[in-house]
Structures are given as C-alpha cells and as structure tokens.
Design a binder for this molecule. Structure first.
Ligand SMILES: [Zn+2]
Length: 183
C-alpha cells in the first residue's frame, strides 16, 4: 500500500472516538495515536535502507508481523482492565489497532507473514509485479490503487464534512482543548 495507510488511520480513529465516551481521552491525542499506529510499521524502512541494505524484504521484519500488533493490542487490553487510569491503554489500543489494520491493508497487494514467527510463509491477496522503476510506479499502476484512492477520498470527505459541521456531535475535538481534529 502506497498512500492509504495514513488516511485509513484517520478514518478508523475518527469513527471510533465517539464510541469511547471517555472525556478524559483527548480527541486530538487519540487521532494522532491512531494515525501514528497506521504508519508505524513502515518505520522499519529506516532499518531496511540504513542497516539491512535491502537484503531482506521489510515485511519479513517483526515490525510487519501481525502477531506483534496483536500482542500490543492484547497488552493494551489487559492494561485497560487492570488500570484505574484508562487514558493510556485506550491510546495504546488505537495505536496497536491501527498497526494491525496496516497489516490487513498491506496484505491486499503485498506479502504479509500472518503466521510469523512460527511459520515464515508469506501470504498476499494479490501481488504487485515489479515491472517499472522506480518501485512505487508498480503500485500506482496496479488495480489495488483504486482502493487506495477510495480510502483517501473517504478520508477527505469525512474531514470536509467534519469541518463544515463543527458543532455536530460527536465532535473529535478535545473536551478541554480548543480547535478541531488537526490534520
Ligand atoms: Zn507496511
């Protein structure tokens, strides 16, 4: 997936925040944590280029193992059950949940090691063939890019509607903080 991770995180965070009904969780922070989680797995590209030198596909790193994000989500869930202050576990949950969503979206057109680290076998719904250079052109001309455009368009539509109806509940704006949902 090329451009839709961040807008997908935006959509999920905006749609789930009103379900919380937790005034102690700041809407802006919730949104930022969700959007960060949506792109966090791809931070392993830094390791891929600077350390690994491209020797292994970055989807074979633990940062792209679904189990990593599932365990993070489970840990956040346990923290939520055990902690009196539920703000941090909720933020951790939206972060990990969006990380898990990243795995699903990557799976649509790339290899994801669903059973790793137990079975190092890649799975993908479809694969983007390496025909063009630079690499991102292959994603641009693949049919899965239609879905990416749809996700981006949906995020833009939601953002536009929220901005044109600032008083419409439930607002993502923080109860105590001023302003909208940020970017
Ligand atoms: Zn990825």
């Amino acid at each position: 997936m090329l451009i839709a991770h961040l807008p997908a995180g935006y959509i999920v965070s905006v749609l789930t925040y009103p379900l919380l009904r937790m005034p102690q969780v700041d809407g802006k922070t919730y949104l930022r944590c969700g959007m960060f989680g949506a792109v966090a797995p791809d931070l392993d590209m830094i390791y891929f280029y600077l350390v690994d030198g491209g020797r292994h596909p970055h989807h074979s790193y633990f940062s792209h193992f679904p189990l990593t994000w599932l365990l993070l989500a489970l840990a956040a869930g346990v923290y939520y059950r055990c902690s009196a202050n539920r703000r941090l576990p909720v933020l951790a949950l939206v972060f990990a949940g969006n990380g898990l969503l990243h795995m699903v979206l990557d799976y649509l057109a790339s290899n994801i090691y669903w059973l790793a680290p137990f079975v190092l076998k890649p799975f993908s719904l479809t694969l983007v063939e390496r025909v063009y250079q630079p690499w991102w052109l292959n994603f641009l001309f693949h049919r899965s890019f239609v879905l990416e455009i749809a996700i981006v368009a949906t995020a833009l539509l939601i953002r536009h509607r929220r901005r044109s109806q600032p008083s419409e509940p439930p607002a993502l704006a923080a109860p105590a903080a001023a302003g909208g949902e940020g970017s």
